[in-house]
Design a protein around this ligand. Sequence first.
Ligand SMILES: [Zn+2]
Length: 351
Amino acid sequence: MSFAEWRLRNRFWTAYIVPLVILGLIGYGTWAYAQKLCYNRIYKELGHRSTCIGLITICCVLDVVLIVIWVETVLVGPGKLPQVPPYLLIESPSKQNTTKAPPSYICDPNGYPVWCSHCEGLKVGRTRHSSRNGYCVPRFDHYCLWIGGAIGYSNYRLFLLFAFYFAVLLLIVWITICCYIREIVTVHHHRLNGNLVALLVITGIGWILTWGLFISYVYYMSQNMTSIEVIEHKKRRKTPELAMQRFVCHFDSKTERRYVVKIENDYKHGSLYKKRGLYNNLSEFLGKNILLWPLPLPSTLYYGKEDTENSRLEDDLTYPYSESLGPFAIEYLEEKIISGQYITVFTPAKE
Ligand SMILES: [Zn+2]
């Protein structure tokens, strides 16, 4: 049995290994920091009582915030796409159990939307089927080994907050150890405690990784991309022969026809969902209210989406998970249609 097979069979247990290690490290780090640095050195030897209390308080508050966000991320979950029936695209005697197609959707070269055979429904927007979760996850980002759960539309902001508060905690611990090392070793001629050396190394590596992760995700959001889309974008640039081809079925209101257009690998915006302006892109991931962004509450679940501009059945069904293409993608599609660079065209069924 290969490791991958073993992992698949034991996924219930392997899902807990990394989170337990992280939890253990948080516990150990808090003990070493509070006992070995704050109490033994800063309070007992240097006599800085208020600094000791202040630092232990900050550390414990951030620990609690982290655990709360962690629990919320797992409990809220990535989101689950409801079963979306096929689009009404061609005339059929029965219109039952079909949904009205959105103006533009991702499709195959024939114009058919992407179907999930596991869930027996359409994969609308940026949905991906998660085999671990056993259902289609809207705006699936990745499976997070640290947290032990999938990250998607509903818990994306919480995951980002987890990375942010973890990065802040690690940086504070690392900076305070660095500040007191000189005093402990050179002024008081004490040998540095082994636990403090371990903590210095762990937090040093930790803050570089977590800040790196956090900053990358802020950049991905500014480009309106999930990490899977970033990987695909890089593949398109470096090894286009391995990249998945993208097609969009776009409804042209002037001709009332649907055009299937291939998105070329050199499409410069990368994400088809990219909007104008930084705020418009960030708010699709974090919510409309900028004041709620840093709060560790699961309350901005629906990200302040306005009530559907043009209410459609698909939209009602998949609310709040529906996704709309950005203005750059629409311009690109319209240019291609005008210049005749489309793959196929058809007249959709009347609703
Ligand atoms: Zn599915």
